[in-house]
Ligand binder design. Structure first.
Ligand SMILES: *[C@@H]1O[C@H](CO)[C@@H](O)[C@H](O)[C@H]1NC(C)=O
Length: 223
């Protein structure tokens, strides 16, 4: 666990170096050395400072509240887990397109705000609700989400996320559209072309709602 944390911390600092090369200079490096041994749930002086930097530079996903203090908590973990290859704005753009698909296919409207009903974030396997790993089928889920009114959509950092996936990467928008379907209350569809079909291959792109997906929502909300 300690090893895992120092790995994630390293990832976060790489992001700070790359995106904000001048910022790191004003962080006191001696205070950061304490942090290498801290695991999730642990406390170390300097964590509060790291949180504030991550917040200032946009690493906290929308809907995830920043909790100040020197504890390595859930919110800090999600901030450390912005997937490589994406900027925060890049991730936001994909999420906005996925929401637009559902907005275009229903009477619902979605707006972005700091007190939202839907939270999207990237996490590693054990992150406080359900693990992504399914021991029965021995598979790692790409992501998980929940039926209403639990608006959490969590993506698995084990995978490499992309907007233009190779055969080893996962299309972020395709998975987000599917997961948002559950957030809105839809169950799986047996129709292979449907967004709500439970399986999708690595590298595959399936972003557009089908009539079955739209009809499912229509039947559920009776509009
Ligand atoms: C998905 O929808 C977009 C916008 O309506 C359209 O341009 C695109 O061709 C569609 N893709 C597929 C695979 O149908």
């Amino acid at each position: 666990m300690a090893v895992k944390f120092s790995h994630m911390l390293f990832g976060a600092f790489v992001l700070l170096f790359v995106l904000q090369p001048c910022v790191i200079k004003s962080l006191k490096l001696d205070s950061l050395q304490n942090l290498e041994q801290v695991q999730k749930g642990g406390v170390a002086s300097g964590i509060n400072q790291v949180k504030q930097y991550l917040k200032t530079y946009g690493y906290y996903p929308h809907g995830v509240k920043l909790t100040l203090g020197d504890r390595f908590d859930h919110s800090l973990e999600s901030a450390l887990n912005t997937p490589s290859g994406f900027t925060v704005n890049g991730v936001d753009t994909v999420f906005a397109r996925a929401l637009k698909s559902w907005a275009d296919g229903s009477p619902f409207k979605f707006t972005k705000n700091s007190n939202s009903d839907i939270e999207v974030a990237f996490y590693s396997n054990n992150h406080g609700d359900y693990p992504f790993y399914d021991p029965v089928n021995k598979v790692e889920a790409y992501a998980h989400s929940f039926y209403p009114e639990i608006g959490r959509v969590h993506f698995n950092t084990l995978y490499t996320w992309s907007t233009n996936p190779t055969s080893r990467q996962v299309d972020l928008e395709s998975i987000d559209v599917h997961k948002l379907g559950h957030t809105l209350g839809l169950e799986h569809s047996g129709l292979k072309s449907a967004i709500m079909y439970p399986y999708i291959d690595l590298g595959a792109i399936k972003r557009n709602l089908t009539q079955v997906d739209k009809d499912g929502l229509k039947a559920m909300y009776m509009y």
